[in-house]
Design a protein around this ligand. Structure first.
Ligand SMILES: CC(C)(COP(=O)(O)OP(=O)(O)OC[C@H]1O[C@@H](n2cnc3c(N)ncnc32)[C@H](O)[C@@H]1OP(=O)(O)O)[C@@H](O)C(=O)NCCC(=O)NCCS
Length: 267
């Protein structure tokens, strides 16, 4: 499946394949900041999620969620406006007639992914199948690498980030990273495995021309490493006692494992 376009709300979104077609990945919604921030506070205050993450605040307040949601809406605005134009042009020229519900994938190259909110659909429109009611259950994001292999706060890390950030959209040398979390109520059902697959195959490859993906997981986070492995990532080096952990999470440093994508061919 590729990008879907909810004709009623004008929201583009991605849908997971079987058996999780009731899960969609949408942009942040300007008109539901309150709902988003409550959901985020619920998920990100749960130690089963919070202790696996390094950078989200913990404890996580509703105002942290509001700030995050607003910043995301702003960041996604330009990408969404371009994507909406593209989808509307396709509708107008009746391309959809031949392409079913799917949009064509030969438009502009995007410098990021506007689909970050993982939602469970509770109610759909009978005629179109588009969601009418859903709840936020997680987050998945593609971003330029933060180069965790260099020490936190170091000039080497800053320089690597600068050089990577300067590369233009679509450049095959850009190193991207994927980060994700899911509400504990939905763990262990195969959802994140398919969410990662969807983001890579329905967006990152066709619309961003992504060729290099590197992510890091805490050494004790077997679930996260399995999700990556099931999407053609290989386990790389381990950096022992490397990533600083906030005092609220117990302090100290944790070991992290590199997960590096082997590319599209064998995924
Ligand atoms: C890690 C996380 C995203 C996994 O999502 P999920 O939807 O539960 O994962 P899936 O159901 O797709 O499971 C994929 C694989 O991981 C395994 N797995 C999942 N959770 C696991 C756990 N806690 N321990 C060991 N294996 C686990 C599954 O058994 C499955 O492997 P298999 O098919 O070989 O049996 C989710 O547990 C989560 O949000 N954790 C907290 C936040 C987090 O860790 N984010 C990643 C930071 S790097």
């Amino acid at each position: 499946m590729t990008v879907q376009h909810n004709s009623r709300t004008k929201e583009p979104y991605l849908r997971l394949p079987e058996p999780h077609t009731n899960i969609i990945i949408t942009p942040h919604r300007q008109n539901s900041i309150d709902e988003t921030s409550s959901a985020l506070a619920n998920i990100l205050n749960d130690p089963r999620v919070a202790l696996r993450l390094q950078r989200t605040p913990y404890p996580y307040s509703k105002s942290d969620g509001e700030e995050w949601a607003k910043a995301n809406c702003k960041e996604q605005e330009a990408m969404l406006s371009n994507l909406r134009k593209e989808l509307e042009e396709q509708t107008n020229t009746k391309l959809k007639k031949h392409a079913g519900n799917n949009s064509r994938q030969d438009g502009q190259v995007f410098d990021g992914c506007p689909f970050t909110c993982i939602r469970e659909v509770l109610k759909s429109e009978p005629e179109t199948g588009h969601p009418i009611e859903d709840i936020l259950i997680g987050d998945i994001r593609l971003a330029r690498s933060s180069f965790d292999e260099f020490p936190e706060g170091s000039e080497e890390r800053a320089q690597a980030q600068r050089q990577n950030d300067e590369l233009l959209a679509g450049d095959k040398n850009i190193i991207w990273s994927l980060a994700d979390f899911l509400a504990p109520s939905h763990h262990g059902k195969g959802i994140m495995t398919l969410a990662v697959k969807t983001i890579i195959h329905d967006w990152a490859i066709p619309r961003m021309k992504v060729q290099r993906l590197k992510s890091w997981a805490f050494e004790d986070n077997e679930g996260s490493m399995r999700v990556f492995e099931k999407n053609s990532f290989l386990r790389g080096c381990t950096l022992k006692d490397w990533a600083p952990v906030s005092e609220s999470r117990g302090g100290g440093k944790k070991s992290i494992v590199l997960m590096e994508w082997a590319g599209a061919d064998d995924s």
